[in-house]
Design a protein around this ligand. Structure first.
Ligand code: K7E
Ligand code: CUA
Length: 658
């Protein structure tokens, strides 16, 4: 009891320090001289930013793209949540993207955007992100800025250690934050945690050409909380490192009970070996139910398929597959420096930052330098793997990124600062306060083989007094810091959408050159497309009515539709006939309980509408597309159920009354 109350005090104390250090810091922060900073972030009107930053939207379930150094918001890309701005998750074409084994789940919590890599470098092709709550991984296409694929993860709950990729995007991984019984084992007492709750380290194969994801295998690992991961590079290419906390395996009051042990673990996984074992037919197929959703750029539509099994390897049966490295204390992030020799972990409650050596790890494995085992898995001796510790870095270390010039930058949540230190000597070079309570940080390319450096972006949890107040809910925020000199310099605060847990930042030229301007109409394979006004029509089958509608400046065709009855299901398929950049059309119907649509040039999108009453229902284009945009409209007539008003549709005719 005494021990518990002491730990509680410690934790409460850390919280208080966070708030105190936040408030004390005051309003302006330590800007480089204001004029100097302004010049560095000023992007003249009409000029482009130098970098894209992709930040998670946290509990908004989305991703947002910003220009750096200006901090200008460029786009919110819908991923795991419905988005009425463009109808994602509302249109018939995109609803399947949000299907899961639990049915339609139109929200989630995103944490870690991950750019695809070739030879350890960001290649600008795809962006992956985790759905934390209902465990999913999404893949976005950076040529279209659209979510193209969502894969649910079975046997996982809280997909937090995700989606980190290996050096050539051979695999991306996901692992459970909340260990749970495996899917086959359902009604289990929570009291059986230690016996029956497991982790499932999931390895997803990514197709080199298409980016398509498929679960290759899951490793059954002890029931801890798996937090983050990073793959090796160069010499450590074949390995990936996960942090684990709650190695106490507590199932209640984790705040206290998962903070008992002095050291938890880094789990080092030889993924190459796991791959070989699976190729030899090792492991077993286990039943599992999970959704695999794919968006097709030609049909502009998604499909959802339910998968039924997964290949599992129980690590206990395969010595040499994983090793534990003790790590102080409740480690959060684990990060690998650009050369792939050192890896760094951040214990949220630790007073040092340990830097481990990959070479020493291999040596310790070779010489069986074990201090014991956990559930049959060897635990290496801390000192045999340790290269050294960063002493007195600050309070609450979370995440580290690198600048490629031999320096590391670690975020300190509790003392609310970034600490710059030298990777080879581990001496502290500089520190800069952040406002307030930084989580992740992002150096452009900072987790790759070739960081671009130049900036570090602080992704903060709390903004308090930094902006105009907006009631109890304040904006989330990031801060841009110049790292070109010896001393870090604060340049800019900018607001973000949702909680920007993590962001990845990439030179704009890697993305800009591939950007799609519009979809080719002749490549539109949507079965409901109308590729010219001649094809526009209305078709009834029972109580289903399909409206094949076209949009071009400045009319919708057809624009007068009669013969719809109350009780009908009306599917309005709108094809945007424009073949030019930046000419979307919108679509909305009075009283529709669904959403608006925003249809890109060459694309077809479908709004399902069930008219609930008799009457006249205007519809119109919601995107101001031309001088005569206000004229871009039409009428539906809805008659009572069973009425025999004939189904007719028109454009450019003055109708005689019927
Ligand atoms: Cu540190 Cu979810 Cu990566 Cu947020 S996590 S900070
Ligand atoms: Cu089309 Cu406004």
């Amino acid at each position: 009891m005494k021990r518990i109350s002491q730990t509680t005090l410690l934790l409460a104390g850390l919280g208080a320090i966070a708030i105190a250090s936040g408030c004390k810091a005051g309003k302006t922060g330590q800007a480089a001289t204001d004029e100097d900073a302004a010049k560095k972030v000023y992007v003249a009107p009409g000029k482009h930013d130098e970098l894209y930053m992709f930040a998670s939207g946290g509990f908004s379930g989305q991703i947002a793209a910003y220009g750096i150094p200006s901090g200008r918001l460029l786009k919110v890309i819908p991923v795991f949540s419905q988005n009425p701005e463009n109808g994602y998750g509302y249109s018939e074409e995109t609803k399947p993207m949000l299907n899961t084994s639990h049915g339609f789940v139109p929200w989630d919590d995103t944490h870690h955007p991950e750019l695809s890599k070739t030879n350890g470098e960001d290649d600008g092709r795809w962006l992956f992100i985790n759905g934390n709550n209902t465990p999913r991984i999404a893949r976005l296409n950076l040529a279209t800025f659209k979510t193209e694929e969502i894969l649910e993860l079975p046997n996982v709950a809280g997909n937090h250690a995700s989606p980190f990729c290996t050096e050539n995007t051979e695999y991306i991984v996901g692992n459970t934050r909340f260990s749970v019984p495996l899917d086959g084992d359902k009604d289990v007492s929570i009291g059986d945690f230690k016996k029956k709750f497991k982790g499932a380290a999931t390895f997803i194969k990514v197709d080199k050409n298409t980016g398509r994801m498929n679960i290759a295998f899951q490793l059954i690992v002890p029931g801890f909380n798996y937090d983050l991961a990073h793959a090796g590079k160069g010499p450590s290419h074949d390995w990936i490192f996960f942090t684990c906390y709650n190695t106490e395996q507590a199932n209640t009051l984790l705040e206290v009970n998962a903070s008992q042990r002095d050291k938890d673990f880094i789990m080092a996984v030889n993924w190459k070996k796991a791959e070989e074992l699976v190729a030899q037919g090792k492991g077993h197929k286990a039943p599992a139910k999970y959704a695999h959703n794919l968006y097709n750029e030609r049909t502009h539509s998604a499909t959802s398929t339910m998968e039924n099994d997964v290949t599992m390897l129980d690590v206990k049966d395969y010595p040499g597959l994983i090793y534990y490295i003790p790590c102080p204390k409740s480690p959060h992030g684990v990060d690998v420096e650009p050369n792939g020799e050192y890896f760094v972990a951040s214990g949220k409650l630790a007073a040092v930052i340990p830097v481990f050596s990959f070479k020493k790890m291999l040596g310790a494995i070779d010489q069986k330098q074990f201090e014991g085992d956990f559930d049959g898995i060897p635990v290496l001796k801390y000192n045999t793997v340790l290269e050294g510790e960063v002493q007195k870095p600050g309070l609450g270390p979370l995440h580290t990124e690198f600048d490629g010039k031999g320096y590391a930058y670690t975020s300190m949540f509790v003392s609310s600062e970034i600490v710059k230190w030298k990777v080879d000597t581990r001496e502290i070079i500089d520190r800069i306060p952040t406002y307030y309570s930084i989580g992740h940080l992002s150096v452009p390319g900072g987790d790759s083989r070739h960081p671009y450096g130049k900036y570090v972006i602080a992704l903060n949890k709390i903004t308090k007094d930094r902006y105009l107040p907006t009631g109890p809910e304040l904006t989330q925020s990031a801060q841009l810091i110049d790292i070109t000199g010896n001393k870090m310099k604060l340049l800019l605060d900018f607001p973000t959408i949702g909680e920007p847990h993590y962001a990845q930042t990439i030179p704009a030229e890697k993305i800009e050159k591939n950007s799609v301007k519009f979809f080719k109409l002749e490549e539109n394979d949507n079965p409901y497309a109308a590729k010219s006004e001649k094809e526009a029509r209305v078709v009834r089958k029972g109580n289903r009515v399909d409206v094949y509608m076209t949009a071009i400046r400045s009319h919708l065709a057809p624009d007068n539709i009669e013969g719809i009855n109350q009780g009908d299901d009306v599917y309005v398929h709108v094809t945007n006939l424009e073949q030019d950049w930046d000419v979307p059309h919108g679509f909305a119907i009075k009283g529709s309980n669904n959403s608006e649509l925003l249809i890109m040039p060459g694309e077809t999108a479908t709004l399902k509408w069930a008219p609930d009453r008799t009457g006249i229902f205007p519809f119109y284009c919601t995107d101001f597309c031309s001088a005569l945009h206000q004229e871009m409209s039409g009428y539906f007539r809805v008659s009572p159920k069973g009425s025999n008003v004939p189904l007719t549709f028109h454009l450019g005719e003055n109708l005689a009354a019927r």
